[in-house]
Write a protein that binds this ligand. Structure first.
Ligand code: GTQ
Ligand code: FE2
Length: 354
């Protein structure tokens, strides 16, 4: 019940608009809300529907010409932004045998999750890793990176980037690696194989490496074979978590924290018949179904997934997972952006409507 004269306040609003101020009492309710008002909607991008269009993209443009040949996903709630959640972008990138996606760097962090084909590689700050299905590869902020494919088949992976967040921060920068004689824009390879994994990923670190808190994980490629075997072992001894099943986080071995300053990543195993309990949290999540089939209910939307489908659960949306068969989900989220500011919240949801 307004005790003030609304008409007068509106007249005031109009009068002071040219001075670029506004009476806060007219707009406060929309600014300080009881709970998050989230524009993004839950959504699933079907691998079967999208995969043929990647072939068409290959007929239209070369990787080098495109810089990155990606079908980038947009949340239906805001089609103009290349964003699937408020802060995260996702896309499917395809690279053909012999192609090069040239070296560049940017203020956005990126991750890759290999979906089809073995034998493409990525080079990040001089380290080259040949990627296989399910491998999780990090491309941290401002690191030089390029991709290639030495196999005889197309390779497709999921790109995950934080560029909607970087745009919001008005902090985007990018640069291109200098072009060598012959017109090739490629950084030299200094380390080959799983160099960073052997240095940092096995409970060891080079003793002369600095122990200052690093901004991101030193590991380039977290192998699927390793992570999958770890999940399998966990499932043999521990009961599944009622919400997540068996779930492992990919970590920065130097901090125990998230792999990147803005994104964390997980691999989870849901047993056949799993009926997860519901929860919600302030971070947005992007999932990839790697093995098996099931469905995730997010709000009133049921997202039925099968291998290589990508789906999103936006901030504060109640959700639960169900698995028809044994199933493995990869996911990444923007929780690390919220945590340092005390903004991160998570809670169980007792009742979810069908
Ligand atoms: O592979 O470097 O999906 O720079 C968007 C921007 C992929 C990449 C994307 C990029 C890349
Ligand atoms: Fe990039």
């Amino acid at each position: 019940m307004a005790t003030y004269d609304l008409a007068k306040s509106k007249a005031l609003a109009e009068a002071v608009a040219p001075l670029n101020v506004t009476p806060l009492w007219l707009v406060l309710g929309g600014l300080i809300t009881d709970t998050p008002e989230v524009p993004e909607v839950p959504y699933l991008w079907s691998w079967k529907a999208l995969r043929p269009w990647l072939d068409e993209a290959c007929r239209q443009i070369r990787a080098e010409e495109a810089e990155r040949r990606v079908l980038t996903m947009t949340n239906p709630a805001h089609r103009h932004l290349a964003a699937v959640t408020h802060y995260l972008n996702a896309g499917l990138q395809i690279i053909l045998p012999g192609e090069i996606a040239p070296t560049h760097r940017h203020a956005a962090n990126a991750i890759r999750l290999i979906l089809e084909g073995d034998g493409a590689y990525t080079v990040v700050n001089g380290e080259k890793t040949v990627m296989r299905r399910g491998d999780f590869v990090t491309t941290p902020i401002w690191s030089w990176h390029d991709h290639g494919n030495d196999s005889d088949r197309p390779v497709v992976w999921l790109d995950g980037l934080d560029f909607p967040f970087v745009h919001t921060a008005n902090a985007m920068f990018k640069s291109e690696y200098p072009t060598a004689p012959g017109g090739i824009r490629r950084q030299p390879v200094e380390r080959d194989g799983d160099d960073s994994f052997y240095r940092y990923g096995q409970g060891l670190r080079p003793s002369n490496s600095a122990l200052t808190t690093p901004l991101y994980s030193p590991i380039l490629n977290y192998r699927y074979t390793t992570a999958r075997a770890a999940l399998e072992r966990l499932s043999r001894t521990d009961p599944p978590d009622p919400i997540e099943g068996w779930r492992l986080e990919y970590i920065n071995p130097l901090t125990g924290g998230p792999v990147l300053p803005t994104m964390d990543a997980f691999l989870q195993l849901l047993p056949a018949g799993f009926e997860g309990q519901a929860h919600r949290h302030t971070h947005g999540s992007v999932y990839v179904a790697l093995e098996g089939t099931g469905q995730t209910q997010a709000g009133n939307t049921v997202l039925a997934w099968e291998p290589n489908d990508v789906f999103v659960v936006p901030s504060w949306t109640p959700h639960r997972h169900r698995a028809a068969t044994d199933a493995v989900l990869f996911s990444f989220t923007d929780a690390p952006i919220q945590r340092p500011f005390g903004l991160h919240r998570e809670e169980r949801v007792e009742e979810m409507l069908e």
